[in-house]
Design a protein around this ligand. Structure first.
Ligand code: FMN
Length: 171
């Protein structure tokens, strides 16, 4: 998870993966949107940590998943900042990679970086709300987005549609 806004997407992905009994490993960046703004303090950070099975410090070079030989099915960066998008653009791995990029409007540099990660196989998935589905709540829109993200990993869940954070707004 990066310092882009949209923490609710990351938390909800972790919750949905938990429903599916998928093993999860979480790394949070040091971006200001992740760590030090009022809206991302205490409650949200605690949610990340509660719902992830393994949590690593961003600087932990000895974390298992820092090794290229660590077996994973894929990685989802959610929410994904433009800064992390730019960083990943220059160093892709071969595993399935989905970037839930949250920014608007998109500059030429953003678009070039998106094209750059897409060509070797990553998927750029802006969490654009599916307005046509008749969802009337932010929760409903978020859950539909999360379900679509997980489909990219061949994961299908009803849990993603129904799980509830249990507390107020998360930006
Ligand atoms: C409240 C807040 C919201 C932000 N939202 C976004 C966002 O939606 N998209 C984005 O690309 N950057 C956003 N940023 C800027 C990133 O946090 C910043 O570029 C950071 O350096 C990203 O670093 P990281 O990718 O290592 O987390 C936001 C910053 C703050 C403080």
């Amino acid at each position: 998870m990066t310092g882009a806004s949209g923490a609710i997407l990351g938390v909800r992905v972790l919750m949905a993966l938990g429903h599916l009994n998928v093993e999860t490993h979480l790394i949070m960046s040091n971006g200001p949107g992740t760590r030090s703004t009022p809206r991302s303090s205490a409650g949200i950070l605690q949610s990340y940590i509660n719902y992830a099975q393994h949590v690593y410090d961003i600087d932990d070079m000895e974390a298992g998943i820092a090794s290229g030989s660590f077996r994973i099915d894929g990685m989802i960066v959610v929410p994904c900042s433009m800064k992390t998008l730019a960083g990943i653009h220059n160093g892709l791995s071969r595993r399935r990679l989905v970037l839930v990029t949250r920014e608007t409007p998109l500059s030429e540099i953003h678009l070039r970086n998106m094209l750059g990660v897409t060509r070797p196989g990553a998927v750029v998935f802006p969490p654009a709300p599916a307005f046509y589905t008749g969802q009337t709540s932010v929760d409903g829109l978020v859950n539909r987005s999360v379900a679509r993200m997980l489909q990219l990993f061949d994961l299908y869940t009803k849990g993603a549609e129904s799980c509830d954070l249990g507390y107020g707004n998360v930006n």
